[in-house]
Design a protein around this ligand. Structure first.
Ligand SMILES: [Zn+2]
Length: 272
């Protein structure tokens, strides 16, 4: 008898669950924007590929001081915010809203294939005074590519950026930050400036707003280039970045920092 009650209760739960999902379809999914297939990063998600050593970045910056940059002058209270992997129609738009509210410019290292998906977001970046840099067409790990293949990734992206932004960017940031001497010299000879960072928010790990804020403010110094992301791979959560941004800008403004684009911070051209 008791067994029958239990079975009955289980059946009721089962039917109830389906009735609920039918009445309130995908309440969770509806909150998340649809991520198209083209959104995949060719070299895989940041979380599986990052780890390019900071030591290597520092070495490259001192070996190629006119081409490879990780920060500006420490003598001036300037800072450059940089956002990789956009555009998308979610995080990038929210970041643009916050930047606009504070009247602060930033530099966006955009992915060509994503510019094709969201050209209106690229146009908005330009209209609102932000700078665009090249972050390849499909986000491969370029040290695994031949020079020819790597160049193809960059030129394919720059044609698309030119179409929507109106100029060919000089600033290039390699996906995952990965570069070696051969690639630095190759892209130098093609006229690009290679942009790294000295402050990594580590936001691609899906950190909370408090963690993103700490990673940035604790490491702050004059002339910094801050790395954040304005779009992720499929399923990556950047709400910590969005949530922390307003407060980070307020704190830095209060500390007397002036926000500039990466090219202005470094005193280099931004377009060809
Ligand atoms: Zn990236």
């Amino acid at each position: 008898m008791r067994k029958r009650y239990i079975l009955g209760a289980l059946a009721l739960l089962f039917v109830g669950y389906f009735a609920f999902s039918f009445l309130f379809p995908s309440s969770d999914i509806a909150k998340k924007p649809l991520v198209p297939k083209q959104f995949d990063l060719a070299g895989g998600p940041e979380r599986e590929n990052r780890g390019f050593p900071q030591r290597e970045i520092i070495d490259l910056a001192s070996e190629y001081p006119d081409v490879f940059f990780r920060q500006g002058s420490i003598k001036e209270a300037k800072v450059a915010l940089s956002f990789d992997d956009g555009p998308d129609n979610n995080y990038t738009v929210k970041i643009l809203d916050i930047l606009k509210k504070h009247n602060v410019p930033a530099t966006f290292f955009v992915i060509g294939s994503r510019c094709e998906l969201y050209p209106e977001v690229v146009e908005r970046m330009v209209k609102e005074g932000h700078r665009l840099g090249n972050h390849t067409y499909s986000h491969p790990n370029i040290i695994k590519l031949s020079n020819r293949e790597a160049l193809k990734e960059v030129t394919k992206a720059e044609k698309i950026i030119k179409k929507y932004a109106g100029y060919t960017p000089v600033l290039f940031r390699s996906p995952y930050g990965s570069l070696d001497r051969e690639k630095v010299e190759f892209f130098r000879d093609k006229g690009y400036k290679l942009i790294s960072w000295n402050i990594d928010s580590l936001d691609w790990k899906g950190l909370s707003a408090a963690e993103v804020k700490t990673n940035i403010l604790e490491n702050m110094q004059q002339g910094s280039i801050i790395l954040q992301h304005s779009a992720g791979g499929p399923g990556e959560d950047l709400s910590g970045t969005v949530e922390a941004l307003d407060n980070i800008i307020r704190v830095l403004k209060k500390d007397g920092y002036k926000f500039v684009t990466v090219d202005e911070l470094l005193g280099i051209p931004y377009k060809k």
